[in-house]
Design a protein. Structure first.
Length: 324
């Protein structure tokens, strides 16, 4: 038997609340994408064989397998191949999708029944955001409820609960600019960085108001301009939380000019996904090719090495195939 899992990147559009005085912290806003994607296969085998791949995903896979085997008390086994991979540390959720894809495939190979929240916890995912889990399960536009505070500043160990999942308009496309130069924070760096965030209640209140009174109504009414304006404003306010860590609203100086050029070139809204450096611009699908061309010209003019991708939301979860 062979198991193939194909799953997609996600955009992290911002946090609802980094203050936490209401008993919950974070609260992520995100949307699942059709591309980039991660695809891996595991074939039954008495031992463990990890196919040829880059060092970083190999290390992650080895770490995930160790955690999985330790938790379920089962020896690591299977022939693992990674045929596609979401770019690492670019703000696109590569770690969560790889971890969930691998854990899901292993449960099929080992005949184990477990839910995705538990698998995410075993893989060390969902520490702050739950949108990667819902993206894997169902896709679409997602808001989670943040981490519940159990005492003082201590957070519960469970990944955040899903509050909302909604189909994203298929007529709206994203143009992604993924600079090659810098990688976003992750792992221990990310955990340490979160400790330096200034928990402004005022900014949290502004983000929640923008979300409830502009972002969500615009999504339901499919008002591209209003939705785009809301994600831009939420992005700026989320970035303000992280000024002490990033040295500014964005992780790179070039992000300011990339986002400005996105808007000037016709994007309804633009921002940085998670810690970046990936930048997104939202546009009607008919206008996406022109915006992508303009961004490619801009990167070339500014001597910025990177990829420009046209993609759209994925309104379904990961594809899991059992191959006899």
């Amino acid at each position: 038997m062979k198991v193939r899992v194909t799953t997609s990147a996600r955009l992290h559009l911002g946090f609802l609340d980094l203050n936490g005085d209401l008993g919950r912290l974070y609260g992520s806003i995100g949307v699942t994408l059709k591309a980039p994607r991660t695809q891996l296969t595991i074939e039954e085998h008495e031992g463990l064989v990890i196919g040829e791949m880059d060092d970083q995903p190999r290390k992650r896979i080895s770490s995930f397998i160790k955690a999985f085997s330790s938790h379920f008390k089962t020896p690591p086994r299977g022939i693992i191949n990674l045929t596609r991979h979401i770019p690492e540390h670019k703000g696109l959720g590569s770690g969560s999708q790889l971890g969930l894809a691998l854990a899901t495939a292993l449960t099929k190979i080992c005949n184990i029944s477990e839910n995705n929240h538990a698998l995410a916890r075993i893989a060390g995912r969902g520490l702050r955001s739950g949108i990667g889990i819902t993206a894997f399960e169902k896709g679409g536009f997602i808001i989670d409820g943040g981490k519940r505070m159990v005492s003082g500043k201590k957070q519960c160990t469970e990944p955040p609960i899903n509050l909302l999942r909604y189909n994203f308009p298929t007529s709206w496309h994203f143009v992604l600019v993924i600079p090659e130069k810098k990688v976003g924070l992750s792992g221990e760096q990310e955990k340490e960085a979160m400790g330096y965030v200034s928990p402004s209640r005022k900014i949290s209140e502004e983000i929640c108001r923008l979300t409830m009174m502009q972002l969500l109504p615009a999504l339901v009414e499919e008002d591209l301009e209003k939705f785009g304006d809301a994600i831009s404003e939420i992005d700026i306010r989320t970035g303000t939380f992280f000024k002490p860590v990033q040295g500014g609203i964005y992780s790179e100086k070039s992000s300011y000019t990339i986002i400005r050029h996105m808007i000037e070139s016709g994007a309804a809204g633009a921002g940085q996904s998670s810690w970046g450096p990936a930048i997104y611009g939202l546009v009607h699908k008919n206008d996406a090719p022109l915006l992508a061309d303009k961004m490619k010209e801009f990167l070339e003019k500014k001597n910025i090495t990177g990829d420009v991708i046209i993609t759209q939301a994925r309104n379904r979860g990961a594809r899991i195939e059992i191959i006899p």
